[in-house]
Write a protein that binds this ligand. Structure first.
Ligand code: HEM
Length: 274
């Protein structure tokens, strides 16, 4: 999925497009492995309860996700032995998985009554949300804060998740703008916010590349998230993305701009891009 795909020639709206991708390609180590893992270890060692969560219902999903990770060769030998060494309890295994995989991950359980509930995960690099507030809740509740998302896409999202075909990673992406290039944007960090004054070199486009993987044995879903950060100063030189982002900023409904922390900065962002 290219950056231009995220900014089609249309007014802002929620996207519900998926591409079929490979589990192995999404989760396996990249050239940035060491620097990403260093940050993940830092946050998981310093504040494990803030960046990881595991309910008892999540244990079997965690085991199945690790099994798929092994079958798909997303772990090299060193990562595999760290998992075996570090995983004395289910909780330690969950945290260890967060320390060896580059992407953040969430595990959701599709219940017999149709409810899809978040039961575990490691999120070192949240985009301004808190895992502790979300764990244990159904997907509609988790998305409840996103203005208009449930009325527009609540049912399709739930359906998609409960019928996910195993064996592939279904890829999509979200984007946001931030005044910080930090990967970890947990709300408690109180990072600087966009406003009407900032300069071009103080804004970053933040992309969340997401992968949804079916866990057929436990009727679960593995949700992987990778963050990519691009300086707005660079984005400005890409004619397609610049025009697409401008159009999204100009047409985004006010409640959505408020939710995305750009309402106070919208005019400034538009003038920086023009
Ligand atoms: C399957 C299709 C999905 C779609 C179309 C979707 C769509 C969205 C959108 C549009 C946002 C707002 C982000 C923004 O524009 O800045 C959002 C936020 C979010 N989504 Fe999803 N999502 C999906 C699946 C999931 C899943 C499986 C989870 C797992 C729990 C999830 C968890 C979240 C969370 C935690 C947020 C941030 C909420 C907050 O700010 O408190 N989403 N999602």
């Amino acid at each position: 999925m290219t950056l231009a795909d995220l900014f089609p020639e249309e007014d802002y709206r929620f996207n519900f497009r998926f591409e079929r991708g490979s589990i192995s390609e999404f989760f396996r180590p990249t050239a940035q492995h060491d620097e990403i893992i260093e940050q993940r270890r830092f946050w998981l060692e310093r504040e494990p309860a803030k960046h990881a969560a595991l309910l008892p219902e999540g244990n079997a999903l965690l085991r199945e996700a690790i099994g798929i990770g092994q079958a798909e060769r997303t772990f090299n030998d060193e990562m595999n032995s760290a998992l075996i060494r570090g995983g004395a309890s289910e909780w330690e295994l969950c945290v260890e998985l967060g320390k060896v995989w580059e992407p953040d991950f969430l595990l959701l359980q599709c219940q017999a009554d149709g409810v899809v509930r978040l039961v575990a995960g490691c999120i070192c690099f949240p985009s301004s949300w808190s895992l502790a507030e979300k764990v244990g809740h159904p997907i509609e509740h988790i998305h409840g804060i996103v203005p208009g998302l449930n009325p527009a896409l609540g049912n399709p999202i739930q359906n998609f998740l409960s019928k996910l075909k195993p064996g592939a990673a279904w890829l999509r992406a979200n984007w946001g703008l931030s005044r910080s290039p930090e990967l970890n944007q947990h709300p408690d960090r109180k990072l600087p916010r966009l406003d009407g004054q900032m300069g071009l070199d103080e804004v970053w486009l933040r992309i969340e590349h997401q992968a949804l993987v079916g866990l057929p044995q436990t009727r679960g879903v593995l949700f992987g998230i990778r963050i990519a950060v691009h300086p707005l100063a660079e984005i400005r030189h890409d004619p397609v993305v610049r025009v697409g982002l401008l159009r999204a900023l100009e047409t985004m409904p006010e409640p959505m701009a408020f939710y995305k922390n750009i309402a106070a900065a919208r005019g400034r962002l538009i003038s920086l891009l023009e």
